[in-house]
Structure formats: C-alpha cells, structure tokens
Design a protein around this ligand. Structure first.
Ligand code: C2E
Ligand code: MG
Ligand code: MG
Ligand code: MG
Length: 289
C-alpha cells in the first residue's frame, strides 16, 4: 500500500532515510500493516475468546475459568495473544480490545446461565493501559448492568507491575472495583516486585502464581521454595491461591501437598472454545479431574 510506505519514509525523516537498512524499513512496514489489520480485527469480528478451566485442587471440580483472547487472522489463522498483545499495548489499541473482552466474557457467562448451566466465575485480563483509564470503573459497571451478570462472577486479573505503578491510585481504584462486588486477582505473581507490605494494602481476593515457577518446580529448588512461600503468604493474608501452567502429575501433587487452592493448566485442559467450555460446565456436577 503506497500510503503506508510514504508514511514510513516521512516519519523516518528525509535525511535519515538512508540510515535505515532495508530490513529495518521492512520491519516497520510490516508492523504498520499489522497495526492496520489489528485495528480492523475488532470491527471484522476476528477476535474470539477461548476459555481455560480453573480447578479446585482438593475436589477436582471446575471453580472458575479464564477468558483468553485469540485472533482469527484471515491469512495466518489462529494467532496467540503473545504475538499481538504487545503491539496492541504499544499502540493503545489494547484498551478497546480489553473492553470488548470484558463485555464478551460477561455476555457469554449469561448465555451459559440462560442455557441452564451452572454459573462459574470468569476471569478477564486487564492490561496496564486499561487499568489506568479513568472510565474503567464506569465501563465495568455498565457491562454488569447491560448483561445483568452478577458481579461476584467477574474476576479481573491485573499484574503486580500495574498494581505498584501508582500505589495510591491503584488502591483507590481497587476499592471502587471491590465496592461493585467483583473480584481482583494478581496475575503472574512472583515475577514482579512482590512485597508483603503492598500486597496487604490491596483489596484483592486471589493470587495467581506465575507459570515459570511451576514449570521449573522440579528443576530448581529455588522455585519450590518460592512457591511454598507464596502459598504460605497467601494463606496468611486469607487470599485464594491458584497456580497456572500446571502440566504434570508431579507439579499437581506438589501443590496439593501445600494445600494450594486451585490450578489452571494443560494437565486439565488448554483454553477451549465457548462450545467446549459449555460441555465442561454441563459436566460440572461431576468432576473435571
Ligand atoms: P496470562 O494471563 O498469564 O495467561 C496464561 C497463559 O498461559 C495463556 O496463554 C494460557 O493459554 C497459557 N497456559 C495455561 N496453562 C498452560 C500450561 O499448562 N502450559 C503452558 N505452557 N501454557 C499454559 P495465552 O492464551 O497465549 O495468553 C498469553 C498472555 O496474553 C496472557 O497471559 C495475558 O497476559 C495475555 N492476554 C490474553 N488474553 C488477554 C486479554 O483479553 N487482554 C489482555 N490485556 N491480555 C490478554
Ligand atoms: Mg491471566
Ligand atoms: Mg498469568
Ligand atoms: Mg499475564
């Protein structure tokens, strides 16, 4: 597309033009194209939600789920969020995307309920940009109102990094969200600057142990020490603790031994379509594991 190419050379500056190697130029061009495609993805309904079960370790029952975004790219097929969330974050497109995810997840939850399936809380990821928006609380409130979903079935996942950026504002916002009746989870816990002193100030309900600690549990004793400490800390703060990325029986048994509350991971299931999740919900009277 000629317009995009012109835009790049203007942006680079006429004089600087020759300093850029063709590969840098090509990369910038590709990035711009991807950005345009991503912008259209939402309008063209190419974004879809998948859902991953969260299982209670003691009972083996389905107790929650996480909504995870996928992009059905017209040419490239199903693209994982790791490939386009960073771009969406750089360009600010993540805000409308997160808002769409929130709305879609709540609508889906209600659709399952209308189909007579049990109501299971649904977790939605909120990026730093979105958490920083002043209209976040209004938006969440409107979605709950529009969909008539019960707030206690909604769980927002934020990462530690976001949470400690501006402590006072974060605490204010989290309290507002709590007053709506929704839950807050700290995602990827342990990968940032976890500290007991700030954690105890946050009105949160759940800690999710980062996947890297789980994957390296039996490779590196430091990881098992960290996981033990996080579970103990969560318990002392009366927080629910969930481990993500659980793939093996060995990892599961380790967590069970420490009385970790819940897990999420390929050992039970990867993220699945809404239809497949509907079947999991129908089975919820029985056990998933
Ligand atoms: P996350 O929120 O930490 O999500 C967990 C990721 O781990 C998911 O990857 C999930 O599919 C993957 N996973 C779960 N169990 C296992 C396992 O046993 N083994 C392995 N190897 N992986 C497992 P996914 O879906 O590719 O998402 C990656 C990240 O993209 C998410 O990490 C989250 O940070 C972000 N993301 C996904 N959806 C959204 C969204 O709607 N909004 C925002 N802002 N970010 C999102
Ligand atoms: Mg998450
Ligand atoms: Mg995570
Ligand atoms: Mg994450």
């Amino acid at each position: 597309n000629a317009d995009s190419a012109m835009y790049i050379s203007k942006e680079s500056g006429r004089d600087n033009y020759h300093f850029y190697s063709s590969t840098v130029q090509e990369k910038a061009y590709e990035q711009l194209l991807e950005e345009m495609y991503l912008r259209r993805a939402l309008e063209n309904r190419e974004l879809v939600l998948y859902y991953q079960p969260q299982v209670n370790i003691a009972t083996g029952r389905l107790v929650g789920m996480e909504a995870l975004l996928r992009w059905k790219h017209p040419k490239k097929g199903l693209i994982s969020p790791a490939e386009f969330i960073p771009l969406a974050e750089d360009t600010g497109q993540i805000v409308p995307i997160d808002f769409w995810v929130l709305h879609t997840a709540c609508k889906q939850n209600m659709a399952w309920q209308r189909a007579g399936l049990p109501s299971v809380p649904i977790a939605v990821n909120i990026s730093g940009h979105t958490f920083g928006r002043e209209n976040l609380i209004d938006f969440v409130n409107n979605v709950l109102h529009d969909t008539r979903m019960s707030p206690d079935a909604l769980d927002l996942e934020i990462t530690e990094g976001i949470a400690i950026q501006n402590l006072q504002t974060t605490i204010y916002k989290l309290n507002k969200l709590k007053s709506l009746g929704i839950q807050i989870t700290i995602d990827d816990f342990g990968t940032g600057f976890s500290s007991l002193s700030y954690l105890s100030k946050f009105p949160i309900q759940k800690l999710k142990i980062g996947m890297t600690f789980i994957h390296n549990l039996h490779k590196d004793p430091t990881n098992s020490a960290i996981v033990k400490a996080v579970i103990a800390m969560a318990k002392s703060l009366q927080l629910t603790v969930i481990a993500e990325g659980v793939e093996t029986d060995e990892q599961f048994e380790f967590l069970q031994g420490l009385q970790c509350d819940e897990f999420q991971g390929y050992l039970c299931s990867k993220a699945v379509t809404s239809e497949e999740m509907g079947r999991f919900l129908a089975k919820n009277a029985g056990k998933l594991l």
